[in-house]
Design a protein around this ligand. Structure first.
Ligand SMILES: Cc1cc2nc3c(=O)[nH]c(=O)nc-3n(C[C@H](O)[C@H](O)[C@H](O)COP(=O)(O)OP(=O)(O)OC[C@H]3O[C@@H](n4cnc5c(N)ncnc54)[C@H](O)[C@@H]3O)c2cc1C
Length: 304
């Protein structure tokens, strides 16, 4: 394969504006962007980039990632084309196990499964993630997380072989905002097999809608952001520490600590990635001075 082959397949763009693909709406251009539509194409793209020694970053829905304002001199590979969904078992049964592609919208999936009456993904309704990004980050909320519903994950390893990680709770593959894949950022998640159950005592759709309402009430969804800017430090809430440090509304350039939810850094217009990074650093320092607690950013800050 060469650039011309990818052009012929219409799965490559040059000088791709990353701000359009990231929910913070910041960042410069990526030299190359690839849009594989099948797992086989994904493997071809990754192999090509390895052979050409072009560095690459996998991009799901861009809801937890910011790129440099000066751009990214390698390739971003978007998973949005990997949308396979196979619900093979009879949905009348009490459990369902199904494969879902990395590019599938987590919120759409959660809503679909809740409507079918399956519990387990209620927490995910409203998280603007791709399934792959949610697996990578072990996304979670309202007492749920991806690790609770993952049966196995299909991925490409460093030699481009298709591998399966079977979720073994004892091995700690999925812990708070950490996964086997955050330890192996060179791997490419192709899709995951999830396992959900019916539970007559709960109405998953009702819970999901309640969670969504809580998001609308508490989160500054009117502004671009990456959700919670910092991980929850053990024994504390990042938002509360930031608020107690007097930082609600603090801004650098176009990036602000949200007035509505101090755990969010929002782009109020014209923010750059540098503004966001400088604000994260400032908040981290002030919170440490005031409370002695070290905040760790949850946002993936990509360097070129
Ligand atoms: C309004 C808002 C609310 C949010 N609420 C929550 C919440 O409640 N809980 C929560 O946990 N998060 C939340 N987030 C953060 C974010 O949605 C999650 O971290 C999510 O898991 C990121 O998924 P993504 O597809 O957008 O990943 P991206 O941002 O595209 O990527 C994140 C990281 O995952 C890697 N990655 C993505 N896909 C793959 C793949 N297929 N293979 C290998 N690596 C991959 C990327 O390289 C990057 O390092 C919120 C964000 C916003 C904007």
């Amino acid at each position: 394969m060469n650039f011309k082959d990818f052009e012929a397949k219409n799965i490559i763009k040059y000088n791709f504006n990353l701000a359009t693909a990231c929910t913070m709406k910041t960042g410069g251009c990526a030299k190359y962007a690839f849009f594989p539509t099948t797992k086989e194409e994904m493997a071809e793209v990754i192999l090509f980039l390895k052979n050409e020694k072009i560095k690459c970053k996998i991009l799901g829905n861009g809801s937890n990632v910011i790129f440099p304002d000066s751009g990214y001199s390698g390739a971003v590979v978007l998973t949005s084309g990997l949308k396979e969904l196979e619900i093979s078992e009879n949905t009348d049964s009490d459990t369902v196990k199904f494969y879902v592609g990395a590019g599938y919208s987590l919120t759409s999936l959660a809503l679909k499964m809740c409507k079918l009456g399956f519990a387990g993904l209620e927490f995910a309704y409203g998280i603007p993630a791709s399934v792959g990004g949610a697996v990578f980050m072990n996304a979670g909320a309202y007492g749920g997380e991806m690790g609770f519903v993952i049966d196995s994950v299909e991925y490409l390893d460093e030699s481009n072989s298709v591998c399966t990680l079977t979720n073994d709770k004892d091995k700690g593959y999925f812990t708070y905002r950490h996964s086997f894949f955050t330890d192996h950022p060179e791997y490419v998640i192709l899709g995951a097999t999830l396992k959900l159950c019916k539970d007559e005592s709960v109405n998953p759709l009702e819970i999901a809608e309640k969670n969504m309402q809580a998001r609308k009430d508490k989160q500054p969804l009117e502004y671009p952001s990456c959700g919670s800017a910092f991980k929850r430090p053990q024994g504390y809430f990042a938002g509360a520490l930031i608020e107690q440090a007097g930082l609600k509304g603090k801004g650098i350039g176009g990036a602000f600590v949200s007035e509505k939810h101090a755990g969010f850094v929002v782009n109020k217009g014209g923010a750059t990635t540098s503004d966001v990074v400088n604000l994260l650093e400032y908040v981290k320092n002030v919170v440490f001075e005031r409370s002695g607690v070290t905040l760790e950013p949850e946002i993936n800050v990509i360097e070129d």
